[in-house]
Design a protein around this ligand. Structure first.
Ligand code: ZN
Length: 135
């Protein structure tokens, strides 16, 4: 998890965040062991913005990963860069309830959570219930 946080820190150097000025980075470890980084990419139409976590997961899935085993997120902010609700939902598509998520921020000691702690009672109706994704 320490390596993932370090890569997430490096990833936010590429942040495109002219509207919020908040730079966020994420690193996702795929089932193959490969690591994919992502950063927040904002848009003048705010709803078109993509968060760092979804950016990293999109890269991983685009490269053939179907499972994310761990993810770390951090930001150039004086607080913890907790994933938003949409990102937590996207994580639940590719991560099992026990998959670990590291969260940090500038000068913060990383906190590590299970996905099930960040997203209890995840919506997985279309997959037939919780943890029906084979991970
Ligand atoms: Zn998000």
């Amino acid at each position: 998890m320490e390596e993932l946080i370090k890569l997430a820190e490096e990833a936010y150097d590429n942040s495109y965040s002219p509207y919020s000025g908040v730079r966020i980075g994420a690193a996702a470890k795929g089932g193959s062991g490969r690591i994919y980084t992502g950063t927040n990419i904002e848009n003048s139409s705010y709803g078109a913005t993509i968060c760092a976590e979804r950016s990293a997961i999109a890269k991983a899935v685009s490269e053939g990963e179907k499972v994310i085993t761990a993810l770390a997120v951090t930001g150039d902010i004086d607080d913890y860069a907790y994933p938003c609700g949409i990102c937590r939902q996207v994580m639940s598509e590719f991560m099992g309830p026990d998959a670990m998520i590291g969260v940090s921020g500038k000068g913060k000691v990383m906190k590590v959570y299970k996905l099930s702690e960040l997203l209890p009672s995840a919506f997985e109706y279309n997959r037939g219930g919780n943890n029906n994704n084979g991970v």
